[in-house]
Ligand binder design. Structure first.
Ligand SMILES: Nc1ncnc2c1ncn2[C@@H]1O[C@H](COP(=O)(O)OP(=O)(O)O)[C@@H](O)[C@H]1O
Ligand SMILES: [Mg+2]
Length: 409
């Protein structure tokens, strides 16, 4: 593919007119308008909508280029678009309410056309405004349980599973995660960034070989444990929702990896939001109450996941694992690994390359340092003590007990 095939605001309309989307979504005679969506980092994204009914008649067009759209020096395989399409299809089979509808996929031009979630907000932004979503624990807990169970060896036959794994090897995008999540934050690397005021706390992390060893144990698990088809980028920026609906987008990083990596990434981003409320919820009572809501969300999400996953295993699992004790051990291990992967996700967002909105937007350096320090302490607590945790309540208790180390006295 050459650059000349990259869509722009005009050619995307011409493109749509040649596809069945034009008659299917737009009745074949709408005047169309388009706008590039600037929020994406990796791909070109456009919103194309009808001039006279832009809310109801609208689609998102996502095109993969041979590099990351925002960082052209960062080469990326075009095949990620096929992976995104196939994974959305699989997720849609097992959990249709939690994914956008797919309208069209063009394997040659690496273009995906999906439902426009124009009545939904990116979850990270919603949490920064202290919005409460009454159904999200149910939706995401169920999404994780169903997509992960149905692509695991607990459901698939050994042969089916082994036939699927090579379709989702995804080596380049996995290497991005291996480097940015599990390696660079723990070495002296030019990509790393952190708040100046937290220098002493970050130095301590860099000098802590026990901590590094825990992280590398998780990295090895991430690289070798092909447990289920995981989303592999399941943070609050990949979730779009409102009071009624929750949709998980952007599965281009998907591969067969450890189940706890998805759960951990999601819970970690709830914990990051918890920490950043130091700034976002200015009123102390509002902050306290919203933090308790987030803590409850972590518990409820895990409980929904555990119940749904065990029910599916009981009712639809294959016959190859006939042991109640093994089920118990499996879930226990998932919880402890969830805390480990969650910690890795939090630390990479605080001292690695890919920082998140929750903290960037804090313009007061001291409040940012306090918020980030709370986040680091939750992560270190989870990482180092996870083997002693036997219930989600204990894990959440550790989150509630973690305070800021800044100011250092
Ligand atoms: N189906 C959709 N409907 C509405 N907005 C979307 C949709 N998918 C993505 N977006 C918007 O585009 C942004 C980038 O999308 P994403 O899929 O994460 O792209 P990339 O992987 O290129 O970063 C999202 O944060 C969201 O704001
Ligand atoms: Mg993406």
């Amino acid at each position: 593919m050459t650059d000349s095939q990259a869509l722009n605001e005009q050619t995307v309309i011409d493109y749509i007119k040649q596809t069945s989307v034009f008659s299917h979504i737009f009745d074949g005679n709408d005047d169309l308008k388009s706008q590039q969506i600037a929020e994406g980092n990796v791909n070109l994204l456009f919103r194309v909508s009808s001039e006279h009914d832009p809310i109801h008649k609208s689609v998102i067009v996502k095109q993969a280029l041979p590099y990351a759209w925002r960082y052209p020096d960062f080469k990326m395989p075009l095949d990620r678009s096929r992976i995104e399409y196939e994974v959305l299809t699989i997720e849609g089979r097992y959990c249709p309410q939690q994914v956008p509808e797919i309208y069209h996929f063009d394997e040659e031009k690496h273009i995906l056309i999906i439902e426009d979630l124009n009545q939904h907000l990116v979850m990270r932004e919603g949490l920064m405004k202290q919005i409460r979503y009454p159904l999200v624990a149910n939706h995401i807990g169920t999404f994780m349980a169903r997509t992960l169970f149905y692509t695991s060896d607990l459901y698939l036959s050994s042969g089916e599973k082994k036939a699927m794994v090579p379709k989702f090897i995804n080596p380049v995008l996995c290497k991005v995660q291996e480097d940015l999540v599990f390696t660079q934050p723990y070495m002296d690397h030019p990509n790393n960034r952190w708040s100046k005021l937290l220098e002493p706390q970050v130095r301590q992390i860099h000098q802590d070989d026990d901590l590094r060893s825990e992280i590398f144990e998780l990295k090895e698990l991430y690289m070798t444990h092909a447990q289920a088809l995981i989303h592999n980028d399941l943070h609050t920026g990949s979730i779009m929702l409102n009071e009624h609906e929750t949709k998980v987008v952007d599965p281009e990083f998907a591969f067969f990896g450890p189940i706890a990596h998805d759960i951990g990434s999601y819970i970690a981003n709830l914990a990051l939001s918890y920490a950043s409320q130091e700034f976002h919820a200015r009123d102390e009572t509002v902050r306290k109450e919203y933090r308790l809501w987030l803590a409850q969300l972590v518990k409820d999400t895990w409980r929904v996941f555990e119940n749904e996953f065990l029910t599916l295993w009981e009712n639809e699992g294959n016959d190859d694992w006939p042991s109640p004790s093994f089920r118990k051990k499996y879930i226990q291990q998932l919880l402890q690994e969830t805390l480990g992967f969650g910690a890795a996700e939090m630390l990479r967002r605080l001292i690695g390359m890919a920082h998140v909105h929750d903290f960037w937007t804090i313009d007061n350096e001291e409040i940012r340092a306090i918020s980030e320090s709370i986040g680091i302490n939750i992560a270190v607590n989870w990482l180092k003590n996870r083997r002693k945790v036997f219930s989600i309540d204990e894990a959440v208790e550790m989150m509630l007990e973690s305070k800021s180390s800044y100011p250092f006295i």
